[in-house]
Write a protein that binds this ligand. Sequence first.
Ligand code: NAP
Length: 245
Amino acid sequence: MFKDRIAVITGASRGIGRSIAEHMAEHGASIVAVSRRSTDTEDLVQQIKDAGGEAISVAADVSAAADVEAMLKVILDTFGRVDILINNAGITRDALLPRLKDEHWDEVLNINLKGAFLCTRAVARVMAKQRYGRIINITSVVGQMGNAGQANYCASKAGLVGMTRSNALELGRRNVTVNAVAPGFIETDMTAELSDKVRKSMLDQIPLGTFGKPADVAAAVAFLASEAAGYITGHELSVNGGMHM
Ligand code: NAP
């Protein structure tokens, strides 16, 4: 499915990003696993190599332009091209409005939204020259619904949807598609810290009756990253068990 394709996954050290990297590697992609510390993705890279695949670790803070440019240089020096970018790195800093600190607003917007912009801008020029590319932004069901205590996070995810559509418009003529995947409640470190009460109330809102797994998101991302999805662009695909329709 992804033979000879180079796929960059930000936030690949754990959770959804790691699952996307594993899934795409199983289907033949060469993986660039990005997180803030390269040591955090070393075992993933080793696992992919042991299975006969190709992968490298790159340390980059996606919110730092210099890190992102250095990341692109490593990718081009190693592989000479880049076909797929998954903007998955993301954080939460939750608080109700009166207690939401300026620095937590900035931190979330800088990593979740500006980080995706910086990575997209960097790879887009290469993809445009190649006349091939797939960019997928990981948004969230709460970017669609809103969520009390997450104004910063929801703003970053809703912002990504606008950016997805604008980038799809700009890059379409170069055969670069830009889409989003909006997970619902997925079992990862990010959601593990929620109280049992919040988890129960979330579960009550999910028609399929279970929380999602990182692999559920990875499968949707892989479809949009495939050649088969070549006529889909500017779309936000929900993977939420029916939680929001
Ligand atoms: P997670 O387990 O907390 O993992 C987050 C990943 O992002 C880690 O690999 C982390 O790497 C990386 N990261 C954070 N800040 C970074 C930065 N500045 N530069 C580079 N990498 C950075 O989260 P997850 O649950 O898998 O979520 C992945 C994505 O899905 C996020 O965008 C999240 O908003 C979205 N999402 C998750 C859910 C859910 O229910 N879990 C639902 C909807 C959307 P290091 O900390 O090792 O650098």
